[in-house]
Design a binder for this molecule. Structure first.
Ligand code: NAD
Ligand code: MG
Length: 405
């Protein structure tokens, strides 16, 4: 409400996906600056106990969860703790929270396609959006960027590469290329013939970053970098041929911008998401993020190599989708979400993630134009169903089901 703003002058935040890795890092930064930020809304899918702890610490006006049972349980917990936080549930409540008048800034940190409607609702409401939910932009790039422009929203990237590029972009133009760095994940040098045996826990053990399980698997397949090049294409309105990916296993340089005069600007820092989060929260000012200083004298060396598209077929597929105009980006994202979930549930092998995505891309036509949310969600649904069917029909899937039971 306006009186909240008037009485404190603080930035009022809605943090969507507050119980996740990005949500937790955001609250860590926010807690360091109580004079600057006020948490108005928190949302979560299932981790109700974590959400309750966050309510105790931040006293939001509203929380949103997915199901009615969780909402009732959380409401009881809140009342017994004498908290007046309102509880709502379901996708419509999430969109209402993202566009409510009593928040200025929406941190879009839900994972996957589930975050698209609320991220878009924030754009429609003209909010300042701190976007971590890259899948939303991959799915709806043109619609999202048009909505941001038409509705006077402000879009600031939280993804470390895009935040780095944003920091390296000047006002004067002359940008020649964007160079996204990639760590290469945990399997950069693992023997190719052993990739079949990778377990979900191995795939989620990223060498440099601590993240949610879906993005951790995406980093291991490098689909994450593929989604990020598409994200960069829309965020910075950059054609495919001027976006480059380079493997940089140390994750010190988070991305670069090359200019016409061959100056290359890089942003460096520790691999800790609190740096880009603090940057975007305070932009254009700079605030303490809680991250330790980068000690350059302790960096042995920084190395850079071209990505191997045979080792990382998911990156190849994403680059093909980008090259062909992003008409298949909804399909790419949806098939990947289903395949990654099946891998995490030990229904398919690590190497079958790329196979499933490729098969879905081959079977479904790319969308010529998908300017409306309904078209995008329909294409998303078709790709999910197709991916599920392909997984179901995999011979290894059946064998493994038999072996388990
Ligand atoms: P996470 O799995 O740790 O957290 C996801 C959050 O989304 C949780 O709060 C969960 O409750 C919520 N959520 C999940 N499914 C939902 C649903 N169906 N409806 C409503 N809410 C739902 O994920 P994360 O690692 O924090 O990643 C979040 C987003 O940020 C992803 O899009 C990811 O690609 C992006 N990102 C993450 C990192 C990182 O370091 N973790 C870095 C860059 C970008
Ligand atoms: Mg990233």
């Amino acid at each position: 409400m306006s009186e909240r703003k008037a009485s404190h002058g603080r930035q009022r935040l809605a943090i969507l996906g507050s119980t996740g890795s990005i949500g937790g890092s955001t609250l860590d930064v926010v807690a360091r600056h109580p004079e600057r930020f006020e948490v108005v809304t928190l949302t979560a899918h299932r981790r109700i106990d974590r959400l309750f702890e966050q309510c105790l610490a931040f006293h939001p006006r509203l929380v949103v969860v997915s199901g009615p049972g969780d909402a009732a349980r959380l409401e009881a917990q809140l009342r017994s703790a004498q908290l007046r936080t309102e509880v709502a549930h379901g996708p419509a409540a999430l969109c209402a929270a993202a566009s409510a008048d009593d928040c200025d800034t929406v941190v879009a940190a839900i994972v996957g396609a589930a975050g698209l409607p609320s991220s878009l609702a924030a754009a429609r409401a003209g909010k300042k959006i701190l976007l971590a939910n890259k899948e939303a932009l991959v799915m709806s790039g043109m619609l999202f960027m048009r909505t941001v422009a038409e509705c006077g929203a402000t879009l600031l990237p939280l993804d470390s590469e895009h935040n780095a590029i944003f920091q390296c972009l000047g006002d004067g133009g002359g940008v020649e290329r964007l160079i996204l760095t990639a760590s290469g994940g945990p399997f950069l040098t693992r023997a190719l013939d052993s990739l079949d045996d990778i377990t979900p826990d191995q795939a989620c053990a990223h060498p440099n970053w601590v993240m949610g399980r879906k993005i951790s698997v995406d980093s291991a397949t490098m689909m994450n970098k593929g989604l990020e090049v598409i994200e960069a294409r829309w965020l910075f309105d950059m054609p495919a041929e001027r976006i480059e990916v380079v493997i940089h296993p140390q994750s010190v340089i988070h991305s670069m911008v090359a200019y016409a005069d061959q100056s290359v600007l890089a942003q460096m820092g520790r691999p800790d998401m609190r740096t880009p989060i603090a940057h975007a929260l305070a932009y254009p000012e700079r605030i303490d993020s809680g991250v330790a200083p980068l000690d350059l004298t302790r960096l042995a060396h920084l190395s850079f190599t071209a990505p191997d598209l045979v080792r990382f077929p998911c990156l190849r597929l994403a680059l093909e989708v980008l090259r062909d105009g992003c008409g298949a980006s909804v399909t790419l994202n949806a098939a990947n979400e289903i395949a990654v979930e099946a891998f995490l549930q030990e229904q398919i092998r690590f190497t079958e993630i790329a196979m499933v995505v490729e098969e879905v891309l081959e079977r479904l036509p790319a969308l010529a134009e998908h300017h409306q949310l309904d078209d995008i969600l329909a294409a998303d649904g078709r790709a999910r169903a197709m991916a599920q069917q392909i997984i179901h029909d995999l011979p290894a899937h059946r064998v493994r089901q038999v072996a388990i039971h």
